[in-house]
Design a protein around this ligand. Sequence first.
Ligand code: NAD
Length: 327
Amino acid sequence: MSAQVIDGRAAAHSLKEGVASDVARLKAEGTGIGLATVVVGEEYGSAAYERRLTRLAAELGVVHRRCTVPATASQDEVVEVVRGLNTDPEVSGILVLRPLPSHIDESAVFRAIDPRKDIEAVHPENAGLLALGVPRFVPSTAASVFHLLDTWLDSVGENRADFYHRSLIVVVGRSNNVGKPATSLGYQRQATVESVDEWADRTTGVGRRTRWADVLIVAAGKAGLIKAEHVSENAVVIDVGINPQTGADGRVHMVGDVDFASVAPRVRAITPVPGGVGPVTDVWLLRNTVLAARILSGMTSDEAACSLTDPIPATVGVSALSLQEAS
Ligand code: NAD
């Protein structure tokens, strides 16, 4: 049996249509939408991501303010750039691209972002709201993982709540920007969730946990970490990893954390790399920028989320909780 391949490009395309109509609606109402990106130094991955966002913002008619800061800039100088964007009326969402140079404490920079413009939920206030199950913004990569899962479940006619309630979700990788938010989103769907990091891999081996997963989310940044022997036959596998690899032709191309060739024939469904989580992540960031523009115009997070074309998946399964503003 061969897995269904979950098409991230198609999901991104339909999500983009929703975001485009939200942008048009807001603009017609006179609400400006602007994305600011802050890149410190020159890093291959950040530069490529920023170029994709520039193209997407232009396509959607969103203002894009690029702030390029030299790698030698001090922490205070980077914080000043962020403060300037906080008060810039043309900017509704701020993204500080990782990694920052090692002499800069990224948490100090993240704390400087106005929480209402913090579209990746890196400010402690937004990270806390996400952990409590009442997010203002859902970080784009974790949001995309669950958007792909949710839309795939819809496509195969499985009830989302029934599926998540009986599922074990194993998240490989525990970073603040991907692994932990994905774990929070799993909890919000009332799934059973396990988090595995490199220490589990070094001690008992990652497969001891992953083999039991109904849903396996892999965000470790290790090419080909997950192989056929690490997965169960019924698993749905979401590969977040993006790892540059030089092919036989000498060209650099991207591969995931999952060994697609050996895993795909064994599991129920799988995302490819490229063409899986990545394209959705880009659109989700723009979607969060629209959400931020709504919040800045005076809406509560709840009202802003409800006003968008596509519902927020993070609220699935948290109907008993009400979204509360922290400020
Ligand atoms: P990170 O380096 O910040 O965190 C990696 C995590 O994986 C850590 O918790 C680490 O302990 C864990 N880990 C490392 N080796 C492991 C192993 N052998 N077994 C289990 N856990 C292990 O990385 P990140 O920012 O979370 O990104 C992870 C990957 O996802 C990278 O390849 C990155 O490029 C990719 N990424 C993709 C998108 C997208 O849109 N598709 C977005 C962000 C990051």
